[in-house]
Ligand binder design. Structure first.
Ligand code: GLY
Length: 401
């Protein structure tokens, strides 16, 4: 072993021992220092992004030179820069972050009437929704209500679900596609229902979550990415995948969306079946993680351990597990979810996954957007967003602020 490797190994062991010990007070918790250092780095990266990426362009993933590639406002990823800026405002109270967030979300407002996508929760609730909760600006609330109505317009009574993807060309008109990611767009509807949108929004979200729990979660707690229903009868036609390895495998980000999305649906409704779905999907995720706690892009990818990781799945799961640890009535489970979130955050904060000292404009390295279409091993704007959210959740849980 070289001296450098030996010192890395010693550091890893020291960190593991420190993390294994219960934090008697927040001041004793070594992960908190790491969290604060990560947040400092996140601020630097976001400031650089604000300088390099013009308003009206929305960062998505990093290219080979480390710079962001960008999209227009309609892509599901367009709200995450503004969302990250709102998180920084939440953490610091510094108005320069809220000004930047407001400027970066302004070009997204028109998406509220986009009925051709189910992703308005990602696009507008993580931006305008978060902004409303921090500033109470009524114009933001109205954008969120418009978005919720647009998503709800995709609900089909026969399926008891909201259409996720539109049908590709040359597929039967009766097909009705639902992806596991859709769970993350439901909080928008539950919230809008409580803030002037009417009870039907919540009712549709609740039916969608329950149908997804029944159809898309396997008996062992793993999930199908994509289910195609017959939109006329509501019958399940096919359970399959698009971004995963194969129909019977488990796409790791989809599993992270599931544990996070069912947890949020439980927080919104207190329906026990949603907690049960959150537990089952979380337990699968936790018990199938590799040693460094960052999943491969698919839990059943054929070339493991030589497959790409997905740091975004790890970040989403860490944030979702922290949420679940606070919702849990069973103290053993709550402790297990919190402990796993700590391990994930610690690993993502290591040199292997944190972009500090590299040319990347992202905060995390080694994200996989879509392995089958060749998008892997990059920074991802949503991986960064959920990483910041998880850091703040961890800090709040351990210190109360
Ligand atoms: N559409 C969400 C995802 O790719 O994870």
């Amino acid at each position: 072993m070289t001296a450098a490797r030996r010192s890395t190994a010693v550091l890893m062991v020291a960190l593991a021992l420190a993390l294994a010990a219960p934090a008697s007070t927040a001041g004793d918790d070594p992960l908190l220092r790491v969290v604060n250092r990560d947040l400092h780095f996140a601020r630097q990266q976001l400031r650089r992004t604000l300088v390099e990426v013009p308003a009206g362009a929305y960062p998505q993933e990093t290219g080979p030179d480390g710079r962001w590639t960008t999209t227009g406002p309609g892509r599901w990823t367009s709200g995450f820069l503004a969302g990250s800026l709102w998180l920084m405002y939440q953490a610091s109270g510094d108005p320069s972050w809220s000004r930047a967030a407001g400027a970066r979300q302004a070009g997204l407002a028109g998406e509220q009437s986009n009925r051709s996508t189910h992703d308005l929760g990602f696009i507008l609730f993580d931006s305008f929704g978060k902004g409303y909760r921090l500033t109470a600006a009524d114009s933001y609330r109205r954008v969120v209500l418009g978005a919720a109505r647009s998503v709800a317009s995709r609900y089909r009574r026969s399926v008891r679900a909201i259409r996720s993807w539109n049908n590709p060309p040359r597929t039967p008109r009766s097909d009705f596609r639902v992806v596991i990611d859709s769970l993350m767009n439901l909080d928008l509807l539950f919230w809008a229902s409580q803030h002037g949108g009417g009870h039907r929004l919540a009712s549709k979200a609740r039916k969608h979550a329950l149908r997804t729990a029944r159809v898309q979660v396997r008996p062992n707690g793993s999930t199908y990415h994509l289910v195609i229903y017959n939109g006329r009868t509501g019958a399940v036609k096919r359970r399959t995948t698009a971004q995963g390895y194969r129909s019977s495998s488990t796409w790791s980000r989809g599993q992270a969306w599931a544990l996070y999305g069912f947890g949020t649906a439980y927080a919104d409704t207190r329906v026990a079946r949603m907690l049960e779905a959150a537990r089952r999907t979380a337990d699968y995720f936790v018990s199938h993680l590799p040693a460094d706690r960052v999943p491969y892009w698919d839990f059943n990818a054929p070339g493991i351990p030589h497959e790409p990781r997905d740091s975004s799945a790890a970040a989403i799961a860490a944030s979702g597990l922290l949420q679940l640890s606070q919702l849990e009535s069973d103290p053993d489970r709550a402790e297990r979810y919190l402990a796993t979130a700590r391990e994930i955050l610690s690993s993502l904060s290591s040199k292997r996954y944190l972009a500090a000292g590299t040319a990347s404009r992202s905060i995390l390295l080694h994200g996989t957007a879509d392995r089958p279409s060749g998008h892997y091993n990059t920074g991802l704007i949503y991986g960064d967003y959920y990483f910041i959210e998880a850091l703040l959740r961890y800090r709040e849980i351990t210190t109360g602020v």
